[in-house]
Design a protein around this ligand. Structure first.
Ligand code: UDP
Ligand code: LCN
Length: 799
């Protein structure tokens, strides 16, 4: 029988492999990441040809190893043999054997990297495994299908309808009968049409009858005919639409096909009330950005809500229903609101008809309102009470239950899970940015990081929400499952260990069809190409031109010697991960860039005394020090964060001047600024790490950079300016391609249509098949929530 080693590495390469492992693990205890391993591989075999270095089985194998470590002479290897698929091996320094071990055994060894030996021996870990609870659901096999769960589920549901037509027909019929809007029945009156044969017979007659009416006849003119035969409103606003919807159902019952099911289910006007949850707060419409805790998430939600409302209104209109949808964004009320509206209980969302921000306070142990702002890392003790209060308030504001609950970020998703459980409402999860992959070793060294970040609570909350929610939407594929060479954000929850606390051997199931990629868009009223001169307003344009390039102001640092030079512009929160200081270093250390360009930054605040955030304070100090030490006087201008409504004109002014937008983050989950800059017509540079790699097609509509070192950023940017000097059209080509890319792929219209379709289909799935299986999952989540999360979190509750 061939050994495992023979299967992994061919005999002729084994000598090199064994030698390499011995060199790699020159000491008994060592932990290495993929990059360390590959760098060492190149160094050890530097005299070998390219075929060996890139094409050998050994090279390909090493490329698939996210981590490898030695513990007391035992070598543990993590093999990611395909996207989201892993095996675990154990060997020794001489590779005298190689064996496959279980996830739990691997994680147990990993614990030894950080735990005291005696403690490790004494304590058998708590093992968390959600995988058995996914049995109720069909499972995808191919990693390529990940992120398109709806397609898979659709096929599964239609083939169930086809194979077990009687059972599934009843389910579908009952689902259709179930729907009510504001207490009024929709589509079918169950008292008149109580069985499928009756329903089909009447449906056939109605289709024929409608076929003889003028197609544009409005609903109220044939409402009476339909009602008498047992059909309620919701089929269509006119004859043509009603007949089309009825024919869809008729065909679906006769010959179920995935396409028909999706088309019909997505037409059911079942969603009119949506609760959007984003608790950690500082959530408002003016003067709330620039805080370390609020950025894209706030923008995303406000734009999302507007788009969803629009789309729901349109859907109701097409269905012939006169109902005004309502959306409530639930967040935290903060009495110390510093002049913002964060202390108002309720606030209408601009540009909507019936969308609101509802704020409820956090309470301490003595039930007193917590008055000050609290970082997202420290809010865990307050969430259980918040969810409890929210339930009552939401039911009262909606005059009933919402039809959908959307959670945002780890805290919002946890509260959404609690609410969805208590109200029995379908739940959608949106992560925005999972912190686990952002902070290196945040799981392994969780205990050291706990005082600042409380990651043990956050990761546990994430797992509960991921497993409990009916569907998850992400902005990119990599957010779920990474790339060939990087681990995805959700993927990193498949198995991990928090040494001394627990091991998750099955933290999330990426092959459950709940994951769907639905990228956000941009507000096209605020962001449009710099060339659309008629739409630009003169006042703000002049004001920002002066502020960006020339006029001194107390809150602006730096004066440009030559304001005509093309600006390199960036705008972001002043978090470490955004790497604004890396861009200053890149610019300052590159003589050509200093000579030919200016650097303009809009980030955080320029005064350290104005910041209340530890990380931000550090970044402000670092930025000042770099500007001074790199002697950047005359070349750099640093402005505090820009009010959202002004940012569109800011991008356009940079474009007028032949500038570019550089987003230098070390990792970016998605990156709304990248979309905004591209749509404004700015050639845009983003990090190759994270979501931007799915927005920017490198060198075609923008550029991807390795942002791990300032010099790599500088090189990428300078290469562009050099090409522009050779090719007078280059800047414009990239600019035009960027605009096209956003318009074709990233719009809120596409987003809202997809999100509502998902809600309907996963609603049907929940109702028809998943419910029983989900109950088991819910109860497992309950145990983890109460015994592991709530109890630990509430130890930190003051008052
Ligand atoms: N933003 C802003 N003013 C600033 C900095 C950022 O209005 O000074 C906005 C920016 O236009 C974008 C959002 O904040 O819409 C940032 O979202 P992104 O996804 O880029 O990053 P996040 O802050 O969510 O990590
Ligand atoms: C949070 C982030 O960090 C960004 O990358 C996203 O664009 C934003 O949320 C919106 O999803």
């Amino acid at each position: 029988m061939t050994s495992l080693l023979d299967r992994l590495i061919p005999e002729q390469e084994q000598k090199d492999f064994k030698e390499f492992i011995l060199i790699l693990f020159d000491v008994d205890h060592k932990y290495l990441l993929r990059n360390d391993i590959l760098l060492k591989f190149k160094a050890v075999f530097e005299d070998r040809d390219k075929v060996f270095l890139t094409g050998s089985t050994m090279a390909r194998f090493l490329n698939q190893i996210p981590e490898m470590f030695a513990i007391d002479g035992t070598i543990l290897i993590l093999h990611r043999y395909a996207i989201a698929k892993y095996r675990f091996y154990q060997t020794n320094r001489h590779c005298e054997f190689m064996e496959e071990i279980s996830t739990a055994a691997y994680l147990r060894q990993k614990d030894r990297c950080v735990m005291d030996k005696d403690a490790w021996r004494r304590q058998a870990p708590l093992v968390i495994d959600f995988m058995p609870f996914h049995d109720y659901s069909p499972s995808m096999r191919d990693s390529k299908s990940i992120g398109n769960g709806i397609r898979f589920l659709n096929k599964h549901l239609s083939s169930s309808l086809f194979q077990a037509s009687e059972e599934w027909g009843i389910k579908l019929f009952n689902f259709i009968k179930l729907h009510k809007i504001n207490g009024n029945p929709l589509l079918v009156n169950g008292n008149i049409l109580s069985s499928i044969p009756e329903f089909m017979e009447e449906l056939g007659k109605a289709i024929d009858w409608l076929g003889n009416q003028p197609p544009e006849t409005p609903y109220h003119e044939f409402e009476g005919y339909l009602k008498k035969r047992g059909f309620e409103e919701g089929w269509g606003h006119n004859v043509a639409r009603a007949r089309e919807t009825m024919s869809l159902v008729y065909d679906l019952f006769n010959e179920p096909e995935s396409d028909l099911l999706e088309r019909f289910v997505s037409r059911i006007p079942m969603i009119s009330k949506i609760a959007v949850i984003s608790p950690h707060g500082w959530f408002g419409q003016e003067n709330v950005l620039g805080r370390p805790d609020t950025g894209g998430q706030v923008i995303y939600i406000l734009d999302q809500v507007r788009a969803l409302e629009n789309h729901m209104i349109q859907r109701f209109h097409l269905a012939g229903i006169h109902v005004m949808p309502k959306i409530i964004v639930l967040t935290r009320l903060i009495p110390e609101a510093e002049g913002t509206t964060c202390d108002h209980r309720i606030e209408k969302i601009h540009g909507t008809q019936n969308c609101w921000i509802l704020r409820l306070p956090f309470r301490d142990a003595s039930m007193a309102t917590v008055r000050h702002w609290i970082s997202r890392f420290d809010i865990w003790p307050y969430l259980d009470r918040f969810a409890y209060d929210a339930r009552r308030e939401l039911v009262s504001e909606f005059e009933g239950r919402p039809d959908l609950i959307i959670g945002n970020y780890s805290d919002g998703n946890l509260v959404a899970s609690l609410l969805s459980d208590r109200l029995d409402v379908i739940q959608c999860t949106i992560a925005h940015a999972l912190e686990k992959t952002k902070y290196l070793f945040s799981d392994l060294y969780w205990e050291q990081m706990e005082p600042d970040y409380n990651f043990s609570l956050q990761f546990t909350a994430d797992m509960i929400a991921m497993n409990k929610s009916d569907f998850v939407i992400t902005s990119t594929y990599q957010e779920i499952a990474g790339t060939d060479t990087t681990v995805g954000q959700y993927e990193s929850y498949q198995f991990f260990t928090l040494p001394g606390l627990y091991q998750a051997v099955g933290g999330v199931n990426l092959f459950n069809p709940k994951f769907n990629i639905v990228p956000p868009g941009v507000d096209e009223n605020n962001y449009f190409p710099y060339t659309e001169k008629d739409r630009r307003v003169e006042g703000p344009k002049l004001h920002w031109k002066k502020r960006l390039f020339t006029d001194d102001a107390p809150d602006i640092v730096g004066h440009l010697e030559d304001p005509e030079k093309p600006p390199i512009f960036t705008m972001a929160r002043l978090d470490k991960i955004k790497n604004i200081t890396g861009l200053i270093e890149a610019f300052g250390g590159h003589p050509k860039l200093r000579e030919h360009c200016n650097l303009i930054l809009a980030a955080g605040t320029t005064r350290v005394e104005e910041s209340r955030d530890r990380e931000e304070k550090e970044q402000i100090q670092k930025a000042h020090a770099l500007i001074e030490n790199l002697d950047l006087g005359g070349l750099v201008r640093w402005l505090p964060s820009v009010e959202k409504s002004e940012t569109g004109e800011v991008y356009r002014l940079i474009a007028d001047q032949g500038g570019i937008f550089v987003q230098p983050a070390l990792f970016e989950a998605f990156g709304l600024t990248i979309l905004e800059a591209m749509l404004s017509g700015l050639p845009t540079f983003g990090p190759e790490f994270g979501g931007p790699s799915e927005i920017i097609e490198d060198c075609r509509c923008g550029f991807l950079m390795n942002t791990s070192k300032p010099e790599l950023i500088a090189e990428a940017v300078w290469k562009f300016f050099e090409t522009c000097r050779e090719d007078g059209e280059h800047w414009k080509k990239i600019s035009d391609a960027g605009i096209r890319r956003v318009r074709e792929h990233f719009t809120w219209k596409l987003y809202s249509e997809k999100l509502l379709n998902l809600t309907n289909l996963y609603g049907f799935w929940r109702y028809s098949a998943a419910e029983e299986g989900m109950v088991k999952m819910d109860r497992y989540c309950d145990i983890i929530y109460h015994l592991l999360l709530k109890e630990r979190a509430e130890k930190g509750l003051p008052g």
